[in-house]
Design a protein around this ligand. Structure first.
Ligand SMILES: O=C(O)[C@@H](CO)OP(=O)(O)O
Ligand SMILES: [Mg+2]
Length: 451
């Protein structure tokens, strides 16, 4: 950590002198929010991402009424930042993130941030962290590490989303994300190379087996081939890993985003939900227990190390059954079921629903609350998997946050497309800056906050 140690922490107040916001566009071509916060150290920017397979209990993303071809705008959220939040926080110290975030929550006054918008609030919270880091004279990841009181900064194991399905792609694949996880790398740089090589091997395989038109990509940069069987996707990644000469070093992960395939009225999971009714097969309509058995089978057949949202967000029972059966070997991550919300995570811990939480800052709306959810997980020896959203920007905040927390793993899509690579490339820079002190999580990726 040579470079960092040489810096002297300034810790001068970072009085906020101006708050500005504007509408920009995300990686899906939809409007999203950008915030700029000015202190004597300069102007600090943060962009807010946006999800497609959102959890029912996520903090409220404020969108304007009416539909444009590019999706609903965020003009109201922009106005809330400029006219409501700005005047209220002028003169505040951006170094004191906890107080600032508490003030933002109080100003909103609702439990789901629906008055001002979680997007408006989060943009200010993230930009303030950047201003605070500048005032302290530290890189963002060091500032966030102290803010979280996390014992160790760790380079995360990146989970590369190589095959896209679900609501992120136009194919018939029911599961949303299939990951290649370079657990066997020894540095983050090597993990990146493994991810990129597996990606290229997969592209070549897809061309050979499914033709040129199979190499189009989904929302997160992974390929979206015309497959409908999830097992075919798992097999393809196993073959790509083999072709890249990385067998044993790269394992698999999957986020089926099962809330999307849950038929509430019938209480069943429909793995053919993207197919016309006439083509749906009875064996692909499953009850909770059938799907538990399906996942146990998949974990036995494939080198699966991580499984996110294997059931609907309301189905704590099936989550708990699966965690009891395979949780020792496979990290079972809750995304829609917890929404980075301390109250929901508490319930999950009591019911032993999973053994890890997905952390998305915009699901809860302030950096402070996301850190609180992280701390609760660490106390209970749960994993914390940091995540981008399917609608992303060039903002790299989550890269710094993941290192800062020592969360051990993150997902930021495929190793292609700049909004995804922005995070991975920032991690390459951080690893270089940490120098000899950089520790890569690798096979220990589940030891979030306990390295
Ligand atoms: O389900 C997820 O984990 C995410 C990110 O990959 O997708 P979205 O942002 O659409 O919710
Ligand atoms: Mg998910």
């Amino acid at each position: 950590m040579a470079t960092i140690a040489k810096r002297t922490r300034r810790n001068v107040p970072a009085k906020i002198t101006k708050v500005h916001a504007r509408e920009i566009y995300d990686s899906r071509g939809n409007p999203t929010l950008e915030v700029e916060l000015t202190t004597p150290d300069g102007t600090f920017r943060a962009d807010v991402p946006s999800g497609a397979s959102t959890g029912d209990k996520e903090a409220h993303e404020l969108r304007d009424g009416g539909a444009r071809l590019s999706g609903k705008g965020v003009a109201k959220a922009v106005t809330n930042v400029i006219d409501v939040i700005g005047p209220a926080i002028l003169g505040q110290d951006a170094i004191d993130i906890a107080s600032l975030d508490a003030q933002l929550c109080a100003l909103d006054g609702t439990t789901d941030k629906s008055k001002l918008g979680a997007n408006a609030i989060l943009g200010v919270s993230m930009a303030a962290c950047r201003a605070g880091a500048a005032a302290a004279g530290e890189p963002l990841y060091v500032f966030l590490n102290r803010l979280a009181g996390s014992p160790k900064m760790v380079m995360p194991m990146p989970c590369f989303n190589l095959v896209n399905g679900g609501v992120h792609a136009g194919n018939a694949l029911p599961f949303q994300e299939f990951f290649a996880c370079p657990t066997g790398a020894s540095t983050f740089r090597e993990a990146m190379q493994m991810g990129a090589e597996t990606y290229h091997a997969l592209k070549a395989l897809l061309k050979e087996q499914h033709g040129l038109d199979s190499t189009g990509v989904g929302d997160e940069g992974g390929f979206a081939p015309k497959l409908s069987s999830p097992e075919d996707a798992l097999k393809l990644i196993v073959s790509a890993v083999e072709r890249a000469g990385l067998t044993g070093k790269v394992t698999l992960g999957c986020d089926p985003a099962a809330s999307e395939m849950y038929d509430k009225d019938r209480g069943v999971y429909n793995l053919d939900f993207k197919k016309p009714a006439a083509e749906q097969q009875p064996e692909n309509i499953m009850k909770g227990d059938d799907l538990v058995a399906y996942w146990v089978e998949m974990a036995g057949k494939y080198p699966l190390t991580l499984l996110e949202d294997p059931f609907d967000q309301s189905d704590f029972e099936s989550h708990a059954k699966l965690t009891a059966q395979i949780g020792g070997n496979v990290e079972i991550v809750g995304d829609d079921i917890f929404c980075t919300n301390v109250q929901l995570v508490k319930e999950g811990i009591e019911r032993r629903a999973t053994n890890a939480m997905l952390l998305k800052v915009n699901q809860i709306g302030t950096v402070t609350e996301a850190i609180a959810a992280y701390k609760l997980c660490v106390e209970h020896e749960w994993g914390v998997f940091v995540s981008h959203r399917s609608g992303e920007t060039e903002d790299t905040f989550i890269a710094d946050l993941t290192v800062a927390l020592g969360a051990g793993h993150l997902k930021s899509g495929a190793p292609c497309r700049s909004e995804r690579l922005a995070k991975y490339n920032q991690l390459l820079r951080i690893e270089e800056e940490l120098g000899a002190d950089a520790q890569y999580a690798g096979t220990d990726f589940r030891k979030s906050g306990r390295f």
